[in-house]
Write a protein that binds this ligand. Structure first.
Ligand code: GDG
Length: 441
């Protein structure tokens, strides 16, 4: 079998390399465990103290190769074009999208830096798999440098309707870049259809296909079972004093519909007073991209809303909402998900949303909770037995929460069994196998 080259903006940090934590690392775990792999990406550093060339470390059958990126180029590439232009646009948020030529130049320059460093490390029979919107031009840049091997690209985020993507001044250039890949993978058929409409209008021959990403449900379920009996879960459970737990877990990102979610919970408290003092909502929202101004604004808005909701609805012995911006460990998170009577996942737009699948995997089969899920998450296509909602409507969220909180065990078990079958039927390993199978065919 040829060597696999994974390219992503970040590679796992040294302490994550034996125990992967990020979604991508977890999803790729099996592929990289079973064959010789090189994972290439940004080191996390700007200073170039390690010199201009890649830093290469081999652990078992995986070689991690990283490069530093100068701070100025990084800002334009990452905070700028990747996260202030492509991220909002790909999530259909044209109003939040910044269009700056200098960011685009930095984006292409950093992609060229990736390509320059990577070609020197390649062997003639490598298979190359590029990940996500930060690296769309990389395939073309590798081709320009003489790479003839198979190169695949997977987009982890959604692809918007053609009319929206067309707002991007460099839309044509990026579509042509995508045309240099042998296989293009998207999360859902809708995303693939949107992109394919543009590729064919642009005269690009390659077509995108849907490869919905999964998790490792068996391992996650085992972790949840263990953690639910451990001290962290016990601490949470004791603090609930018998109240039902509604749990949300998301990076603090405007795509996740957090203000709308809090508004929906507030509407529940207003419209269904029978839940007063009987329910607690915990939102875990680790700060993400804190250097991008829209994210700082969102954080302030959420702090204000959380304060208001608690101020208006709390009692001396009951706080309706707990809002945390720190991260918790993966095992602890699995345990919390198992304790939650309701998993609340309300992105305005999401490529897949792994938390929805993790919630399902974490449940106790004898007494599972209910999942309230945005129909605009890719996961909704597979988890159609969740309580599906339109996240823009706080009343719909409130009604779904009321339904979830009052649903009998038999109905919860029926719905969960179907969702769990879907999660077990399409794991992270299946996803990687399907994509690589097509890439190496
Ligand atoms: C992108 C796409 C697509 C969250 N908070 C903590 C924590 N997490 C973990 C979750 C989950 C992962 O992070 C988040 O994955 P999502 O899929 O929900 O969302 P994105 O980060 O936006 O991921 C998305 C994904 O790529 C994969 O293709 O599904 O659509 O946007 O695993 O559990 N983990 C820990 N502490 C936390 O506080 N340990």
């Amino acid at each position: 079998m040829s060597r696999l080259i994974i390219v992503s903006n970040r590679v796992p940090r040294p302490r994550e390399r034996t125990q992967p934590a990020g979604g991508l690392a977890i999803a790729l775990n099996e592929a990289i465990r079973t064959r010789e792999t090189m994972w290439f990406g940004w080191s996390g550093a700007h200073d170039g103290a390690a010199g201009p060339g890649p830093q290469v470390v081999t652990q078992g059958n995986v070689t991690f190769a990283t490069i530093d990126i100068p701070a100025t180029a990084f800002r334009g590439y990452y905070e700028g074009y990747s996260n202030s232009t492509l991220w909002p646009l790909l999530h259909s948020r044209v109003g939040l999208t910044l269009f700056r030529r200098e960011d685009q130049a930095a984006y292409r320059a950093v992609n060229a830096q990736f390509a320059d460093a990577l070609v020197g490390l390649l062997r003639p029979d490598d298979t190359i798999w590029v990940h996500d919107y930060q690296l769309i031009p990389l395939g073309r840049m590798l081709r320009d440098r003489g790479v003839t091997r198979r190169i695949g690209f997977f987009l982890h985020v959604p692809f918007p309707a053609p009319q929206l993507f067309d707002c991007l001044p460099q839309a044509g250039e990026l579509l042509a870049d995508l045309g240099c890949y042998d296989v293009i993978g998207m999360q859902t058929q809708t995303d693939a259809d949107n992109l394919n409409a543009m590729l064919s209008a642009q005269g690009v021959a390659v077509r995108a296909r849907a490869y919905p990403i999964g998790i490792d449900p068996v391992a996650f379920a085992a972790a949840a079972r263990r953690a639910a009996a451990g001290p962290e879960a016990r601490r949470l459970l004791d603090s609930l004093a018998g109240r039902a737990l509604i749990l949300g877990v998301d990076r603090l990102d405007y795509s996740k519909g957090l203000p709308e979610r809090l508004a929906g919970y507030e509407r529940l408290l207003r419209r269904f007073p029978e839940h007063h003092a009987r329910v607690t909502m915990l939102q875990i929202a680790p700060v993400s991209r804190g250097d991008v101004s829209q994210y700082r604004t969102l954080r302030r808005e959420l702090y204000e809303m959380a304060g208001r909701i608690n101020g208006e609805h709390a009692d001396v012995d009951w706080m309706p909402l707990r809002f945390l911006t720190r991260t918790v460990s993966r095992a602890t998170l699995a345990g919390y998900l198992r304790l939650a009577r309701v998993g609340l996942v309300t992105p305005l737009r999401d490529g897949m949303n792994l938390v929805a699948k993790e919630y399902v995997a974490a449940q106790d089969p004898e007494n599972p909770g209910a999942l309230v899920l945005s129909r605009f998450a890719g996961a909704a296509q597979e988890l159609s037995d969740a309580i599906l909602i339109n996240p823009y409507d706080p009343d719909e969220i409130a009604e779904a929460l009321h339904l979830a909180l009052t649903m009998g065990a038999a109905e919860r078990i029926r719905g969960w069994q179907r969702m769990n079958a879907a999660v077990l039927g399409n794991t992270a390993a299946d996803w990687a196998r399907r994509f690589l199978g097509d890439l190496e065919r």
